[in-house]
Ligand binder design. Structure first.
Ligand SMILES: [Zn+2]
Length: 101
């Protein structure tokens, strides 16, 4: 009774923890464009991160985005990505809180 259906597990590039991928945020690198993939359907190389500002901070610090996406991300692009991810994390965090009420 261990596996009920197929739940894809991914590890976070920040903390390294493994979680179901729909609990995470996917970042995609496609033709040198880096963007957040909310539906997890975009093609291209993807990286996953927890919905956590802590993990975002860790991932930025250890340059995990460049490693995971195998692309050297220019710092201004990384700044942009960080801003967008912050928003996404806050947005999802809010949603989760409401769900728990
Ligand atoms: Zn994490």
């Amino acid at each position: 009774m261990r596996s009920r259906g197929h739940i894809p597990i991914r590890s976070c590039i920040g903390c390294g923890e493994k979680k179901p991928k729909r609990e995470m945020i996917r970042i995609v690198c496609q033709d040198e464009n880096i963007f957040i993939d909310p539906k997890g359907k975009a093609s291209g190389r993807g990286a996953y991160i927890c919905v956590s500002l802590d993990c975002l901070e860790k991932a930025i610090k250890k340059k995990a985005f460049s490693h995971a996406l195998r692309y050297h991300i220019p710092s201004e692009v990384l700044e942009d990505l960080k801003r967008n991810l912050c928003q996404e994390i806050l947005k999802r965090g809010e949603k989760d809180e409401k769900k728990n009420l």
